[in-house]
Design a protein. Structure first.
Length: 303
């Protein structure tokens, strides 16, 4: 793959869909506390291949959103322990995530912190939707509703990754119907930043880096039964993340945020708490970039 995956046929390339739950929005300060990988191999349906809670080696935060507590991760492996598992699940794949700019910044930090300096080719399912003319970018819950995909609104990484996998199958059908065959052809539809990653090589196998999978995993995937009550705080947080991902807030997005607040019955104080958390992360990210550039070093930034 001299040109990365640019010349690779989309239908023949396995896709690994990643979903992280984290202690916040800022990679480096915040940490991954749950990771799931769903693979879509050529001609096959999405399947969960890796799922575990992760001990961040620091107090858990944002429990009101993801439901994970300090006690839940106490016996879970650290991220450096599961790098072999993650590479095993994603080796040779194009990587996708619903909000890829969020997940890739955490993947880049956590891998680098574990000694792996490689970021794979990747694309964003949230932006693939408008890229294919199937609708505007939106939170995962709304995209699933539009495309008639059942989703448990639980903020469990496995559930979100599986729902994202079902979305990719829908989008793949549209890609095939439009006669788009390679990732290079897909990149020509619209110049989103993630298409630059198509020049990169997929993840190597763990054995190539001398890594072994960890057998001590702690999964919440077995709790995905029934239909839990919708979490208004998590729903509002998801929308806020999707709105802020491009650092531009449109009038339509403001109306959507207002509608979400009213539907969830969030109080002004609850909204202020979530806004403060989100904007503190944005400011922290920019401050880190400025300080790193001033010091003459290359910044770690979202892909």
């Amino acid at each position: 793959m001299a040109n990365g995956i640019q010349d690779s046929r989309i239908a023949d390339t396995p896709v690994a869909i990643i979903d992280f739950e984290t202690t916040g929005l800022t990679a480096g300060f915040d940490r991954v506390i749950e990771v799931s990988v769903v693979r879509v191999d050529p001609g096959e349906q999405p399947r969960l291949v890796f799922d575990t809670l992760v001990n961040p080696r620091r107090p858990v935060a944002a429990t009101e959103i993801h439901g994970i507590t300090d006690a839940d991760v106490e016996k879970a492996p650290g991220f450096s322990d599961i790098v072999g598992n993650l590479l095993e699940a994603t080796a040779g794949c194009a990587v996708a995530a619903y909000n890829v700019y969020f997940d890739m910044q955490f993947l880049e930090f956590e891998l680098g912190n574990s000694g792996v300096r490689h970021l794979p080719p990747h694309f964003c399912l949230m932006y693939l939707r408008p890229m294919l003319g199937l609708g505007s970018h939106s939170k995962l819950e709304e995209a699933c509703k539009t495309h008639e995909i059942e989703r448990i609104p639980s903020h469990v990484a496995a559930a979100d990754a599986l729902a994202s996998g079902e979305l990719f199958v829908k989008y793949l059908a549209e890609i095939n119907a439009r006669g788009i065959t390679t990732y290079g052809e897909l990149a020509k539809l619209k110049k989103y930043k993630f298409v630059d990653s198509f020049l990169r090589q997929p993840m190597p196998s763990p054995s190539e880096l001398g890594l072994q999978p960890c057998g001590k995993l702690v999964s919440r995937a077995g709790t995905l039964s029934g239909t839990p009550a919708r979490n208004p705080t998590a729903a509002y947080w998801d929308l806020l993340k999707s709105v802020l991902v491009d650092l531009e807030v449109t009038e339509a997005e403001l109306l959507a945020i207002k509608a979400e607040q009213e539907a969830g019955g969030l109080t002004p104080e609850e909204m202020r708490m979530l806004h403060a958390r989100a904007f503190a992360s944005v400011i922290s990210t920019f401050a880190t970039l400025l300080l790193t550039r001033a010091g003459g070093r290359t910044a770690v930034r979202p892909a």
